[in-house]
Write a protein that binds this ligand. Structure first.
Ligand code: NAD
Length: 471
């Protein structure tokens, strides 16, 4: 019996797409074939691999309308879909430029023992498996695939079952490029398919929730293969009394509302010095009220639908929990069902505290709970009172003040006088702290180096007996 899965449209709520996950046997066969082709892919060398990936870029550009249409249907929003495609194109160019230098090896070096020479070689993992989420479906399926392919690995991607419409047009772009489809593929499926995939690969890149990340950590540990886990967050922002309020409110509105708050590094809680608290709430509420849903016209407004129906329930639960414990809503405040899709206007809340889910659990919606603090020490304590440690933001009148706070926040990336910069600045190497993830940085040179194992070749260069040998 064919195991078909239904896919819900985020704007209409209707089931309008179906996927057919491969069986475990089919995944195993695909992986064997990818492994076989990888040997030649690695031997091609970086210049030739760059040529193939550049050809794929041309194919992506010529098919971008088709890809964009599928992404828009997957996510119900337009602007961010275009940004996803642009980011992938930029990522291809950036990695193609960086790869030759990052992969250069073979230089012979002297060692601490004069008659032993060293060469370091870089050996790619043969087959990398990528499991991705629904919030930026294309970008997060390819962000790790591009450096892995250039490093010489074969790659198999399993995107989210919630947003799979882009897979077929993406496969078409891959199929037009000689060699590429032999070493790179994308499969449809849900959690079971992701779990099956782990069995057949040498490395896992996972982007998704903490709950799934922990399961993947267990399974990859049993197989003794590396896993880079990019998980959830509850990013805090601290606004000191010296901050520029005009700038802070505009940056934090963008940082908490872009993609309708469905970003791992969305600002999910804001701590504001009590002397400027009222003014802050007034300003950010005024700005939040000016943003509109992209409903019913998809080309209008800034806020797309809540893509996952399950996430809409979580947002509602967090809002209800907060209000039942005394939170005050200044604008927005509920998830509306319009034509079967779920929508939430930018929401500002005050009178919040850490007994509320909205301050402690990932909400993943356009919600800004704002809490006042009396001292900088209290603000830092509150920002660090979390199981997460993805990123954060600090707003202050001087860089010295901001840096003093930033250095005490337990998170992998901190934006100063701005929000969400870690998603935009590709060279900023960073690790996720606490439950927000595990493994080397996806950003910076490490983003490619993770896929390479170092091999040391040590050569004895004379025929004189070594002093430590048996006589
Ligand atoms: P999710 O964990 O539910 O699913 C992610 C992927 O894992 C999907 O492809 C899913 O099919 C697959 N999966 C589910 N169970 C599995 C299993 N047992 N074994 C293998 N694969 C399995 O996450 P989601 O709801 O799709 O994504 C939202 C989450 O992703 C949020 O927590 C968000 O913060 C996080 N995220 C993190 C980053 C980052 O870079 N840190 C970026 C984007 C999203």
């Amino acid at each position: 019996m064919v195991n078909q899965l239904q896919v819900r449209n985020p704007r209409s709520g209707k089931i309008d797409y179906f996927i057919t996950p491969p069986t475990a046997t089919e995944i195993a066969a695909k992986c064997i074939s990818l492994r076989t082709a990888q040997i030649e892919w690695q031997q091609l060398g970086i210049e030739k691999r760059v040529e193939v990936i550049q050809q794929w870029k041309k194919s992506l550009l010529s098919d971008q309308e088709k890809l964009n249409k599928a992404l828009v249907n997957d996510t119900g929003r337009v602007i961010e879909s275009r940004i996803e495609i642009e980011s992938v194109i930029n990522s291809i160019d950036r990695w193609c430029n960086l790869a030759p230098e990052l992969l250069a090896t073979g230089e012979t070096k002297t060692t601490t023992i004069p008659f032993i020479q060293l060469q370091n070689h870089l050996i790619p993992y043969q087959l990398v498996g990528i499991i991705s989420p629904w919030n930026f479906p294309l970008l997060l399926s390819l962000i790790d695939a591009i450096p892995a392919l250039l490093a010489g690995c074969a790659v198999i991607v399993k995107p989210s079952e919630i947003t799979p419409r882009f897979i077929q047009p993406l496969l078409e772009t891959i199929a037009t490029v000689p060699f590429l489809q032999d070493i790179f593929t994308v499969i449809e499926g849900a959690g079971e398919t992701g779990a099956n995939l782990i069995e057949y690969v040498d490395f896992i890149c996972f982007t998704g929730s903490v709950a799934t990340g922990k399961k993947i950590a267990e399974e990859t540990a049993k197989k003794l293969i590396p896993a880079c886990l990019e998980l959830g967050g509850k990013d805090p922002a601290i606004v000191l009394d010296s901050a520029d309020l005009e700038l802070a409110t505009s940056a934090l509105l963008w940082g908490s509302v872009v993609n309708a708050g469905q970003s791992c590094l969305s600002i999910e809680r804001i701590y504001v010095a009590e002397s400027i608290f009222t003014e802050f709430i007034t300003k950010i509420t005024e700005k939040a009220k000016s943003l509109k849903l992209n409903y019913p016209n998809i080309e209008s407004g800034e806020i797309g639908p809540i893509i996952s129906a399950q996430q809409a329930d979580i947002i509602t639960e967090h809002l209800q929990d907060a209000v039942s414990k005394g939170a005050v809503i200044h604008c927005g405040g509920n998830v509306e069902k319009l034509d079967g899709g779920f929508w939430c206007l930018p929401t500002v809340l005050s009178q919040v505290n850490h007994t509320m889910k909205i301050m402690t659990e990932e909400t993943f919606g356009p919600i800004k709970p704002v809490m006042s603090f009396a001292t900088v020490e209290e603000a830092i304590r509150l920002a660090n009172d979390t199981i997460y440690g993805l990123s954060a933001a600090v707003f202050a009148g001087s860089e010295t003040e901001a840096l003093a706070v930033a250095s005490q926040i337990n998170a992998g990336g901190i934006s100063i006088n701005d929000a969400g910069l870690t998603a935009l600045i590709n060279e900023g190497e960073k690790n996720s702290f606490k439950f927000s993830g595990l493994g080397n940085s996806r950003m910076g040179a490490d983003g490619m180096k993770r896929f390479l194992r170092k091999k040391a070749i040590l050569t004895k260069v004379n025929s004189v007996p070594n002093p430590w040998w048996f006589d």
